[in-house]
Design a protein around this ligand. Structure first.
Ligand code: ARG
Ligand code: GLU
Length: 732
């Protein structure tokens, strides 16, 4: 295996060198004859850009070298990028550790500092000096200090003769060794991540800062303008940004919050371009994309699009309709459910777009064609290790289908969308902790669950949850394959059941839940099991753990092993194709150009939107499309200062950068390394890019950095923030 691995890497290197030379020759003529569509898409590892990627970027218009982007010994762009609180990306835009990210990434923090008297979500927040900045106790940001390929160490001793279980055991032991022996400072962390479905392993040395303070946020009417209606949609007019600052100790090192801490001095911060973008300009997006599945076989995509997505879409659609009807009637419920509604609606809408895109672009058919080609070459070259992969996929996907579906229904209904069932799931964990760890296990679990409940019940309304329960539990009984259905759901009158549970369960309020869980472990567990709501949920969760998970894991492990082999096969069989590793929440570079697109026949979408469009969408008093008076005034007086473009105020623009969830807040960077925008979304027609990136219609959406500056300067009057940035004119 080790030799095969080395051979593979050498083969890849030879191939890449060859391609570099070939392409270099093309570039040497004055007009590069490159189909730029062919070199877009992909999320690349920053330490491995030299060669092909560097060249592609230059062909797309970049003036940067690979080392300008990632360098261990000198400062480079990567020193300005952080993983923001685990889920988003942020970038440093001043020598004093000023951070820029999305409004929807800072949302929780902004909300936590808000009250009725000072509602920063509604009115915005601006610190006019360091003293006014607001600490966020549980927030953190992470820098990537170094990235090393450790594949050969991780595969040490692994041979082809080993079965998958022994291989994984040894690989995990090797990973532990590599992690433990990694060279790093005491305050840094080391972790190893798998790439190309387990064909490559990379070590990351990271540095985490915990004193992160809120600096600024526009009102929601700007930061979330268009809300769910405009979510995933172009043309867009959202100023989706917020600002924070990293604080460090006197030695510029990570430290917990302290008044003595000082603004962090970064190795690099991004200069901000005032010159804007036009169609065809180079753009690079640098951030932490979460998850993609670009190399699934056709049968896997088919299952997602035709079986799993439709099921999840239906569940969420039912839930959203019910919750929406209550939110419209009652302003208190509207506030309670706003964040939950937005998060449920977010992926509901994404899956619909994804399904449409996959169908419209014939992605499944195209994958089948590729697979035929793969099989042909495998047979011609007699590549024994790859011969049964595609039939194995067919067989396994068929086998896993019913349990995958059942599991998705459980996740969407019993875990996520019926809140009472989620509560019973947490309580179920307490009971499990008791069975495993006795009184001590119980105490610990009770404490952590009650802590969670306290926040959760603040935004809970049994009145809203009850019809959701009735609707979704009936759907569960109807749709979940029979073998995974508990007996208490067969032949049941769900209206009567719902009425019974919602008049008798104590889990409908925080006080009730506390009561139920009070007393000794034994008493509490007994009371819990007498509760009708709990008893009902427990059946669902028991089947999940005893039937669904074991079956799913057994088959999924086989799928993972085949996928790993298939990934390796693809790279070997098609040595000239571009293969990027699927996103896995590690730091990546993606590049492309500012480009419009044709969403349907006869319609072309421009690259840029303007403040005029905000005013076109304006609906006075509407919770999605209201426009603050001050912004209207600025619009009417055209008071745009140095941020205008031909007398107009640009708001958002789109490009061909290949992004996904987690890229929120990522900087959009120009050909010279300056900040030109802030990534926050993708277009509806292109959300399928997680499984099938297509440069014709996949576009990422960015806020134009000039709109961000305009809001900070002219709307908020926070000149102090503008002053600490470095504004540049790369085009003049
Ligand atoms: N669709 C964007 C992303 O996935 C923005 C989500 C936040 N906005 C919203 N309206 N839910 O995450
Ligand atoms: N809004 C997404 C996020 O929160 C980014 C958009 C996408 O999925 O591409 O990361």
């Amino acid at each position: 295996m080790k030799y095969i691995k080395v051979y593979l890497i050498v083969a890849l290197l030879v191939v890449s060198c060859k391609t570099v030379q070939e392409t270099t020759q093309v570039v040497k003529t004055d007009v590069p004859i490159v189909d730029t569509r062919e070199i877009q898409g992909g999320m690349w590892i920053p330490s491995l850009l030299e060669g092909i990627n560097e060249l592609e970027m230059q062909q797309l218009g970049s003036k940067m070298t690979a080392k300008d982007i990632y360098d261990v010994n000198n400062s480079s762009l990567k020193d300005a990028i952080v993983h923001f609180d685990g889920g988003c990306t942020a970038e440093i835009i001043s020598p004093n550790g000023l951070l820029l990210t999305n409004h929807h990434c800072g949302y929780g923090a902004i909300q936590s500092h808000s009250s009725v008297e000072s509602d920063y979500l509604k009115d915005g927040f601006w610190a006019m000096n360091y003293e006014q900045e607001l600490p966020n106790p549980s927030m953190s940001v992470t820098f990537i200090k170094r990235i090393d390929d450790v594949t050969s160490n991780v595969f040490l001793g692994v041979t082809d003769a080993m079965d998958e279980g022994s291989k994984m055991k040894l690989i995990n032991q090797n990973i532990e060794k590599v992690t433990k022996s990694a060279q790093k400072e005491a305050w840094q962390k080391a972790n190893v991540k798998s790439f190309y479905d387990g064909n490559q392993y990379i070590l990351f040395i990271t540095e985490e800062f915990n004193d992160i303070r809120l600096v600024g946020a526009p009102p929601t009417a700007i930061g979330k303008f268009g809300a769910d209606t405009d979510n995933w949609v172009w043309p867009r007019h959202t100023g989706d940004f917020s600002m924070f600052r990293i604080y460090a100790d006197a030695n510029n090192l990570p430290a917990n919050f302290s008044k003595e801490n000082v603004p962090y001095k970064p190795n690099h911060y991004l200069p901000v371009s005032l010159d804007g973008v036009e169609e065809g300009d180079f753009t690079l997006v640098f951030g932490f994309p979460g998850r993609t599945n670009e190399y699934l076989p056709a049968v896997g995509v088919d299952q997602i699009v035709n079986v799993l997505n439709p099921a999840k879409i239906e569940v969420r659609e039912n839930a959203l309709k019910i919750v929406d009807s209550y939110m419209r009637k009652d302003p208190a419920i509207k506030i309670q459910y706003a964040a939950k509604f937005a998060s449920t609606a977010n992926y509901w809408k994404k899956w619909i777009g994804e399904n449409q895109g996959i169908k419209k672009s014939n992605a499944i058919e195209k994958k089948r064609v590729l697979e035929q080609e793969f099989t042909k070459i495998v047979n011609e070259k007699d590549l024994v290790g790859y011969k049964t992969l595609l039939s194995d996929f067919e067989k396994l996907y068929k086998e896993i289908e019913s349990v995958s579906l059942a599991r998705d229904y459980w996740i969407e209904i019993a875990y996520r969308n019926v809140e009472l069932l989620n509560v019973t799931f947490r309580a179920f964990q307490i009971e499990q902790a008791y069975l495993k760890g006795g009184d001590k296990g119980f105490e610990d679990a009770r404490e952590s669950v009650l802590g969670r409940f306290e926040g959760m019940y603040k935004n809970y309304s049994a009145e809203v949850d009850k019809p959701v329960f009735e609707n979704l539990v009936s759907l569960y009984a109807e749709k979940v394959p029979k073998e995974y259905l508990p007996e208490n759901m067969v032949g049941v009158d769900f209206t009567a059941l719902t009425n019974d549970i919602y008049s008798n369960s104590k889990l409908l309020t925080y006080e009730g839940a506390k009561d139920l869980l009070a007393g000794s472990a034994e008493e509490a567990i007994k009371k819990l099991n007498e509760d009708k709501g709990y008893a009902f949920g427990k059946e669902l969760h028991t089947i999940f753990y005893t039937k669904m998970e074991p079956k799913f894991q057994e088959l999924n492990l086989q799928l993972i092993a085949i996928q790993k082999q298939y990934m390796k096969g693809l790279m070997e069989v098609f040595p000239n194709k571009r293969f990027f590793p699927d996103a896995n929440s590690t730091l990546r570079v993606t590049y492309g150009q500012v480009r419009g697109y044709e969403p349907k026949d006869g319609v072309y979408y421009n690259t840029t939107t303007y403040l005029d469009g905000v005013m076109e969408k304006y609906v006075p008093g509407d919770y999605e499309f209201d426009v603050p008076q001050k912004l209207q005034d600025l619009y009417h007086s055209k008071n745009y200062g140095q941020y205008a473009e031909n007398g107009k105020m640009p708001v958002c623009f789109i490009g061909t950068n290949h992004t996904t969830g987690g890229n929120s807040g990522s900087p959009a960077i120009d050909a010279h390394g300056n900040l030109i925008g802030l990534n926050f979304d993708r277009v509806w027609e292109g959300t399928m890019s997680d499984m099938n990136y297509d440069p014709d219609i996949c576009r990422n959406i960015m806020v134009d950095i000039r709109y961000v500056l305009f809001i900070i300067d002219k709307y908020a009057g926070a000149q102090n923030l503008i002053d600490e940035m470095t504004l540049v004119h790369p085009k003049k």
